[in-house]
Each structure stands twice: as structure tokens, then as C-alpha cells.
Ligand binder design. Structure first.
Ligand code: GSH
Length: 193
């Protein structure tokens, strides 16, 4: 089941996860859920998506996922996995075809460091549009974002596997939504597309 429908408080919980699927509890424009989606899609894993109304969460979702955050994964056996880096690593291990993470510890550490670098960028996709909307001067924030992108681009080529994921992030619905609404990140993101 993949539906645009958003499950809110008072909704009936979706049925069990089909045997050959995994379930992603998500929100369409969540950059963290997008990480899990990128891995699911890259590996060709069959999954269904349940979108959660994060402003009015169903009790059954809070019972499954104690932080009440998306992404959260659920298996047909009822196992629940949350926190985006943990969901990505879990998927990579459980579905070993087309491994995304290197098997050697240093390579794995490099990819995780790249993710930490990118995590410093994500909040700006919200801070800048929100500041603009409130009539604030966001030039300082834009300069900070540009500096963080420059650092990302300067990372050693050994991080390239993860760089592809960063590019996919930028092309994804989260960032694209902000382009569509606010346009102004366009120039800053140009280099990474
Ligand atoms: N550290 C978490 C962050 C996930 C997160 O903050 N997701 C947001 C949506 S983009 C959320 O679920 N917010 C609901 C809330 O804060 O109650 C991860 O990496 O998965």
C-alpha cells in the first residue's frame, strides 16, 4: 500500500506489513525519511509507505516508535527500526544485494562522516525559507550555507559514494519543494546538481 493519505490521531492503524515488503512510516517532505527512501529505491526493495501527520500523530504510531519521528521502518515480523542513519544501515545489511556501505571500517566511517557534514546543511533548507517568510535578513544564513556546501565539495574523493547520495538529496522532493516555493536556494545548490 502506498498512499498520499496522511494518518492522523484517531485514524485506524494500517494492517500488517505484507510478507515480502517492508513498511516506511514517512512524511513527504521529510529529508530524514528521504534518506531511507533513497536506500529503499537504490536497492530495489519492495516497500509500502504510510505518511504520518506529524502535527497530530496517531497513538498507534507513538506506540510503535517511541520518539514519534519519521522515518520509522516496520518489518512483517513487527520489528521496528527508527533514526534515519540506523534505518539506512539496517536496510543495507538486511538486503545485501547492491551494498551501499563499504565493508571496510574506514570506508564506512568516511561515509558516516560525509553524512554528518550533510546533516549540518539540512536545517538551512528550513531556516532560510522561514526567515524570508518572516521578513528577516537571511543573507548571513545564506553565506553559512554556501560555506558548508563549499566544505562538502572539498571533501576527499574517497567520499564519492556518499556524494552521490548528497546529490540525490538535493534533487529529492524535500529540496525541490523549497526551490519551487522559494526559488532563492537555486544559485547556492547549482554546483551540487
Ligand atoms: N534524528 C532523526 C530526525 C527525524 C526527524 O526529525 N523527523 C521529523 C520529520 S522531518 C519528525 O518526525 N518530526 C516529528 C516531531 O518532531 O515530532 C532521524 O535522523 O531520523
Amino acid at each position: 500500500m502506498t498512499t498520499e493519505k496522511c494518518f492522523a490521531k484517531g485514524s485506524v492503524a494500517p494492517g500488517p506489513v505484507p510478507k515480502d515488503h517492508i513498511r516506511l512510516y514517512s512524511m513527504r517532505f521529510c529529508p530524514f525519511a528521504q534518506r531511507a527512501r533513497l536506500v529503499l529505491n537504490a536497492k530495489g526493495i519492495k516497500y509500502d509507505t504510510i505518511n504520518i501527520n506529524l502535527k497530530d500523530k496517531p497513538d498507534w504510531f507513538l506506540e510503535k516508535s517511541p520518539f514519534g519521528l519519521v522515518p520509522t521502518l516496520e518489518t512483517p515480523a513487527g520489528e521496528v527500526v527508527y533514526e534515519s542513519p540506523i534505518t539506512c544501515e539496517y536496510l543495507d545489511e538486511v538486503y545485501p544485494e547492491k551494498r551501499l556501505l563499504p565493508s571496510n571500517p574506514f570506508g564506512k566511517a568516511q561515509q558516516k562522516m560525509m553524512l554528518e557534514h550533510f546533516s549540518k546543511v539540512t536545517p538551512y533548507f528550513y531556516k532560510i525559507p522561514t526567515g524570508r517568510k518572516n521578513g528577516e535578513d537571511v543573507s548571513g544564513l545564506e553565506a553559512e550555507l554556501k560555506e558548508k556546501f563549499t566544505k562538502l565539495n572539498e571533501l576527499p574523493r574517497s567520499h564519492t559514494g556518499a556524494e552521490e547520495v548528497v546529490r540525490a538529496h538535493v534533487r529529492g522532493p524535500c529540496c525541490q519543494n523549497h526551490h519551487a516555493q522559494h526559488g532563492h536556494l537555486q544559485g547556492l545548490l547549482q554546483d551540487l546538481r
